[in-house]
Ligand binder design. Sequence first.
Ligand SMILES: C[S@@+](CC[C@H](N)C(=O)[O-])C[C@H]1O[C@@H](n2cnc3c(N)ncnc32)[C@H](O)[C@@H]1O
Length: 364
Amino acid sequence: MANNNLAQYQEQLDEKVSRLNTLLGEFSAPALSVFPSSPEHYRMRAEFRVWHEGDDLFHIMFNQQTKEKYRVETFPPASEGINRAMVELLDLIRPNEILRRKLFQIDYLSALSGEMVISLLYHRQLDSDWENHALRLKESLSQFFPAVSIIGRARKQKVIIGNDFVIERLPVNGREFVFKHIENSFTQPNAKVNCSMIEWALDCVKPLSGDLLEMYCGAGNFSIPLAIHFDNVIGTEIAKPSVNAAQYNIEHNNLDNVKIVRLAAEEFTQAMRGERTFSRLEGIELSDYNFTTVLVDPPRAGLDIDSLKMIQDYDNIVYISCNPETLADNLKVLCTTHNVVKTALFDQFPFTHHIEAGVLLSRK
Ligand SMILES: C[S@@+](CC[C@H](N)C(=O)[O-])C[C@H]1O[C@@H](n2cnc3c(N)ncnc32)[C@H](O)[C@@H]1O
């Protein structure tokens, strides 16, 4: 990494710190803890369009200003595994008519564990001939990547050669947690910064006890490591593949105090208020829980007003946000009942303007 890139990274991070400090200023927030990213090889996922030119074929990206396409041989933000795969994969596909015909996109999902899924997207249906060639492709790639899977996608078609997930192994405070990350589902893109986020959340909840409620829990990224500090954890999430992955993750981390339920945040709020019952909550008596703490990690839109009011019932709120504007809007409501006691900036998305923030609130 050239020195001027490092300087550019630091400058952009400083700008994010100053922007978040300004946004949080009106909530009497304490000083931010800042968790920088490595400035290279931080993304565990990357997607590229594919360009065909005579016998050649290569990854392309688009210049955001001019919209012009440009050729991409390697992509420094992506993990080292993805960078190596980009080269080896195209060397194998370029001379292979069956694998290259109408290929228009390649998606890579890698893991710190070394596992990788490569999805090849086509503008044509995939037949048994394609499958045989994809199988040989997987075998050839496995000399570089022992745990690689290939997925072929076309209209209404998904052919899996191996798995449609990677098994990630995240080191958190010296302990390793196992996570199934499913292709095409939400996972935190920057694995190392994600570990810092989990460690920060663990630090927030360390002095607490009772039960934890997590909303927008994905595959249990926070619920699973945080479970050691609570008697019971309930996580809720809307996406079925993530809920299924979470069940796997509970089992493979040997936890017996975590339950994940497939419910939208809005539905869970209705259930908590006794306004609606859900068969998906069968066997779970919400009134038996002693929720002291809630962790929310919503999408960019933030929390809906009913869920926001519902989480004010808890003494401690850990709010992880990928959009500081909606975070600030939500804090206007939460700070009528709670104080901000810890804040953090996690640089999940280096070299972009995106900010990932953490806020711990406790009841006034
Ligand atoms: C920012 S991600 C966080 C996931 C998880 N906490 C993690 O760290 O991997 C937001 C999650 O909210 C889920 N989601 C989106 N809208 C939702 C809703 N209305 N109710 C519940 N979950 C929702 C998405 O499927 C996604 O998994």
